[in-house]
Design a protein around this ligand. Sequence first.
Ligand SMILES: N[C@@H](CCC(=O)N[C@@H](CS)C(=O)NCC(=O)O)C(=O)O
Length: 309
Amino acid sequence: MSDLILHHFDPSPFAEKIRLVFGLKGLAWRSVDIPMVPPKPDLTALTGGYRRTPVLQVGADIYCDTRLIALELERRFPNPTLFPGATRGLALALASWADRSFFDPGAALAMGTNLGLLPEPLLADRKAFFNFMDFSRLGEDVPHMYTQLRSQLDTLEQALAVGTDFLGGSAPGWADIGAYFPVWMVRGNLANVADVLAPFPLVRAFADRMLALGHGQRSELSATDALAVARAATPLPGAGVTLRDEVATALNLQAGDTVQVTPDDYGKTPVTGKLYSYTMHEVAVQRTDERAGNVVVHFPRAQYRVERA
Ligand SMILES: N[C@@H](CCC(=O)N[C@@H](CS)C(=O)NCC(=O)O)C(=O)O
């Protein structure tokens, strides 16, 4: 099987989710360090324009968004599972809480308390990118964001109060990774993190258990070599279009039509290609790039818009 290649940067909290999946599943992977701000020409040669972090590459298949990357890793490496104790549906649903309600105040605090330390290009980019943050009041909003973060930390504390090591019982899974990654972010970014976490002993112990999962076996790869891997590989056949009625009737499309796929929340850069797969949970487009060759770019179906290009 081709190598797993993660395109990411170390401080990325969303990438930390996937590094923890590698840890949980004990996987070896290649790490390509990508820039924190555009331009990201080597990444977008693979994705066709998608710029968010992280992106998983396996040969000539490119997987965007942590929600799809997790499912793809589960499909390829089912043991140990990301969904212990029949938590699959709940864990997938919980991602909306983790990625938005819990992550947002943590991200706003990480930015708001470190405003003076952030490089100007990063600040300028994120102002336009994080459309859910009000940058004009990031500094003055710090106390408010603490209240928001604390309320989510307490929600997690209550979930852990049943007394199990992890949310689904004795084994860690995707639900835990979602619940933990905002804690990982604030631990790394807030100077007063000991005070912030002090009222939540179960969260602190849980975070230590999550940290112990590690990141699997990581080795570095250059972006140029990752592009060469894509060029030399052939994309997997894919699932085809399993929801023909939905595609034909609701979207007025057919397999092979030129479409664009765009995140519906933030970082809304469309990716254009030929419709390759369309299932309940995934949409994929095939595209050709001078440096990456013939690639298939996969996205989650939920929270992405598919339309004729
Ligand atoms: N829904 C996406 C969100 C990813 C996301 O927001 N990642 C942040 C980094 S933690 C990002 O893309 N920042 C801007 C960038 O890297 O260019 C996912 O789950 O992968």
